[in-house]
Ligand binder design. Structure first.
Ligand SMILES: NCc1[nH]cc(CCC(=O)O)c1CC(=O)O
Length: 308
């Protein structure tokens, strides 16, 4: 609701039209099943898409990372607004960082059911000569942070963007550096979808689109699609847009990808830097090439059960 309210405000501004928020509860919101099992199939988006197609709503706001990479032909990805912080965030007891927790003695208990986060956190702990225990959790932000406040867990890992949007960024004890924990493809970005037939609205919503965000997430999501992995696979990808001179226009894009076993014993991590892609087609080609290199290094064997 918080992220939709933000988009609603922008839609009012660019279209001059009144906007009404319609609350829709999705299967992903109510189910407590592991996302590693039910993710990748649109559990957070299907109910919103049904409402779009039935005409109950005119536009839907999704977290891009929840959107399956395949595009339904009757829906348009009308806008990708400027992306928020893509990083994962640690909310730990006593204001601790990951390293402090890991070396504190005993096995730190860290809440996350995400195979991507598990793989990278376990690899990080291993590099520090420690072992952690990852505990699968589900639920909204309150529920998840509640496990830390109650002392049941030492920490939880959540997307920084989600915490920012609901005004809880102050509870973050460490923003995880993408060098160590690469976020999910598209993390921190929103997607505004509408019926493809609604050409007038699609065109108006284009005013909310950020071309740099679109280029970056196209590279990340094409990497994911090329690996034939879903949002539930242990795959991280992040495209940075870089300037040759600090503060000057963006000239380059660096794309990083990672896939690993959830126990963190094996990670395939690759990075590529090149000129800023001039189109989403070029951005997709960068994602595809890096994914192919990852596959050549054995990525497929690390992904376990594929999302379907
Ligand atoms: N899979 C659930 C989900 N989908 C989007 C976000 C956070 C917001 C975002 O990435 O934009 C989250 C929660 C989380 O990862 O902590």
């Amino acid at each position: 609701m918080a992220q939709s309210a933000g988009v609603a405000e922008q839609v009012r501004r660019v279209t001059g039209r009144p906007v009404e928020l319609v609350e829709i509860t999705t299967y992903g919101d109510v189910s407590r099943e592991s996302l590693a099992r039910i993710g990748g199939t649109g559990v957070f988006v299907s109910a919103l898409r049904d409402a779009l197609l039935s005409g109950e709503i005119d536009l839907a706001v999704h977290s891009l990372k929840d959107l399956p990479t395949g595009r339904p032909p009757d829906l348009a990805l009308a806008a990708l607004p400027p992306r928020a912080d893509a990083r994962d965030a640690l909310v730990a007891r006593d204001g601790l960082s990951f390293e402090q927790l890991a070396v504190a003695g005993g096995r730190a208990r860290i809440g996350t059911g995400s195979p991507r986060r598990m793989a990278q956190l376990n690899a990080w702990a291993r590099a520090l000569g420690c072992e952690i225990e990852t505990v699968p959790i589900r639920g909204n932000v309150d529920t998840r942070i509640g496990y830390v406040r109650s002392g049941e867990l030492d920490a939880v890992v959540l997307a920084a963007a989600g915490l920012h949007r609901i005004g809880r960024a102050a509870e973050v004890t460490e923003l995880l550096a993408p060098d160590i924990v690469l976020p999910a493809p598209g993390q921190g970005a929103l997607a505004v979808e509408c019926a493809a037939a609604n050409a007038a609205l699609t065109a108006q919503l284009g005013g909310l689109d950020d071309p740099h965000t679109r280029v970056a997430v196209t590279a990340e999501r094409t990497l994911l699609a090329t690996l034939e992995a879903g949002c539930s696979a242990p795959v991280g990808a992040y495209a940075d847009l870089l300037s040759e001179v600090t503060g000057q226009a963006v000239t380059h894009m660096r794309l990083r990808g990672v896939v690993g076993t959830t126990d963190g014993t094996t990670l395939v991590q690759l990075s590529t830097t090149g000129p800023l892609p001039a189109s989403t087609g070029e951005a997709a080609a960068v994602g595809r090439r890096l994914a192919e290199e990852m596959l050549a290094k054995g990525a497929a064997g690390l992904m376990g059960e594929r999302a379907h």
